[in-house]
Design a protein around this ligand. Structure first.
Ligand code: F0G
Length: 407
């Protein structure tokens, strides 16, 4: 299935050269690296020109976190606005190659949006199982517009996965959850592209959010493969951050020494990572250990503050992605990350994925009626609620003057 893994010294220049090619596959930031992926014939390739995502400096966040330089690879700049597209282009193409007419996934919203888009592009039908009431409107609206058969089940993500696993035994649908090996292969390219953007000079640290743990497994796999192929000379430490209320992997590593993972009922407003029984925990554990990374957990308030801080750097991301900055602050505080070390955060989803969260945060409503209500006062300096005024020039000028004075 795999291509010949012998290193071609010209690979790096071949890949960079494809950036100016008009060939469809070369214009994808995934298929551009096809020498490191399983072979899928071109006539089955379904691509939306995914990948090719920017690497941004985050100067204000760097100051806040206490590091000299901080960069973010923004996977939310993919066609359906999340990192899922890099794996989905590949796995959907594999479904097409195998002749499936239906594909299916359980999702917290981003996988389903991505799958629905790629299925539509490949003339396949898609079945989405999502937890009722616990995904953002932005993500739900995507799967509707892309034409998926969307079922909101009265359960959580883990309950959706259970039903889906039963379903694939009864019906000829192709499973597109992140346990699908083609998803992992496609998602590897985020790390390959990152290293290319860094001139093949590995950062000291890469920090990712952890939910079902497919992404960390994929990035870790890519790092190990690049090291083995001598495309890079040393491994970055890959650290994984979870929300405190959805922290089964954190507890597995910190409390159980990696011996087992105890599933839990997950609760967090970062709904993308509201996952209590991650499928790929063993793979994630392996990459954590092989790269020497750390696992950390962050509170709801820390997530919300970090999200606003990433926004204030003019970049922005969805809540689940912001755990990376929140986690970096903790890893820096604990001395695991040093001031002069280079750090890259993987931002997994776009700011516009979850506008409800953002608006509630800035209006000061996000934690109303939750156990975090009192500590939430700490976030007030970051909140910028909209100001409703009469349509009156004087009122606008007075507001502008007041803002000027306050800074
Ligand atoms: N960030 C975002 C924005 C996500 O949507 C997800 C997962 C993660 C991080 C965690 O990545 O699961 O590979 O560890 N979303 C999945 C979904 C579960 O269904 O959209 P992971």
């Amino acid at each position: 299935m795999f291509t010949d893994r012998t290193v071609d010294p010209a690979l790096k220049s071949l890949w960079i050269g494809r950036k100016t090619s008009s060939h469809t596959l070369d214009q994808s930031g995934v298929w551009r690296f096809r020498e490191l992926l399983p072979q899928i014939p071109e006539e089955h390739a379904i691509t939306l020109r995914e990948g090719n995502t920017p690497l941004y400096e985050l100067p204000r966040c760097a100051r806040i976190a206490g590091v000299d330089s901080l960069q973010a690879k923004h996977q939310g700049m993919n066609p359906t606005a999340s990192f899922k597209d890099t794996g989905m282009t590949f796995a959907a193409s594999s479904a097409h190659q195998q002749g499936f007419s239906w594909v299916a996934c359980a999702s917290t919203g981003n996988t389903s949006a991505s799958m629905a888009a790629y299925a539509a592009r490949g003339n396949m039908r898609s079945l989405v199982l999502i937890p009722e009431g616990k995904i953002s409107w932005g993500k739900l609206s995507q799967s509707l517009d892309y034409g998926a058969l969307t079922c909101q089940l009265r359960t959580d993500f883990d309950g959706c996965v259970r039903i889906l696993n039963e379903l694939v035994r009864r019906k000829p649908v192709y499973l597109l959850n992140s346990v699908n090996p083609y998803r992992i292969e496609g998602q590897k390219t985020a790390a390959i592209e990152l290293l290319e953007q860094l001139g093949w000079e590995p950062p000291h640290h890469i920090i990712v959010p952890g939910g079902n743990l497919g992404n960390s497994s994929a990035i870790g796999k890519a790092l190990l493969e690049m090291r083995d192929l001598k495309l890079i000379s040393r491994l970055p430490k890959l650290s994984i951050i979870q929300a405190q209320g959805a922290n089964p992997f954190y507890r597995c590593v910190r409390e159980l020494g990696g011996s087992r993972l105890d599933p839990m009922t997950a609760e967090t407003q970062a709904t993308a990572i509201r996952i209590g029984n991650p499928a790929s925990w063993k793979k994630a554990l392996r990459v954590l250990r092989e790269t020497g990374g750390e696992v950390e957990q962050v509170s709801e308030l820390e997530i919300a503050e970090a999200k606003a801080e990433i926004g204030a750097d003019g970049v922005g991301c969805e809540p689940a992605s912001a755990v990376t900055l929140a986690g970096l602050k903790k890893l820096r505080g604990a001395g695991f990350v040093k001031r002069n070390e280079t750090v890259v955060l993987i931002l997994t989803g776009h700011l516009l994925k979850d506008p409800d969260f953002t608006i509630k945060f800035h209006r000061g409503d996000l934690f109303a009626g939750t156990p975090h209500e009192r500590e939430a006062a700490h976030a007030r300096p970051l909140q910028r609620a909209p100001i409703v005024l009469d349509a009156d020039l004087g009122a606008v000028i007075a507001t502008l003057d007041a803002a000027e004075k306050a800074t």
